[in-house]
Ligand binder design. Structure first.
Ligand code: AMP
Length: 113
């Protein structure tokens, strides 16, 4: 089912886009948890990590390549940053279109959560 992220991908609702190619879109999180908080999403609708298929193998590589490029472009690559992907209820997932939170711009307090 289409989520708010599909609407952002289709430019039906606004977002501050920081990266785009044919497979991946990245935009600022509306409720940032760090000075830099970017959501990196595949354009393909995949609800959760549990729904990934063999055919998505390359797509996940594309996402991580995009994350590295965005981190460099935003000047946080050397200092470091964190990438988080939440899955389903216990993981705290709210939007059911897989996405990767890129968090940085300060020293993050905890290691895991
Ligand atoms: P998650 O809890 O991992 O599913 O993360 C969903 C994220 O989407 C949250 O950090 C929200 O702040 C963010 N979010 C929800 N709606 C929007 C929106 N319209 N534009 C940007 N970020 C959004």
């Amino acid at each position: 089912m289409a989520t708010i992220f599909t609407k952002i991908i289709n430019r039906e609702i606004p977002a501050t886009i920081v990266f785009e190619n044919d497979k991946v879109l990245a935009f600022k999180d509306i409720n940032p948890q760090a000075p830099i908080h970017i959501l990196v999403v595949p354009k393909k609708e995949i609800p959760t990590i549990n729904d990934l298929k063999e055919e998505d193998r390359e797509l996940i590589g594309e996402i991580y390549l995009a994350i590295g490029k965005i981190a460099k472009d935003l000047g946080i690559a050397d200092q470091g940053y964190r990438v988080i992907s939440n899955c389903n209820e216990y993981g705290g997932q709210e939007v059911f279109h897989i996405h990767f939170h890129l968090l940085g711009g300060k020293k993050l307090e905890t290691k895991i959560v």
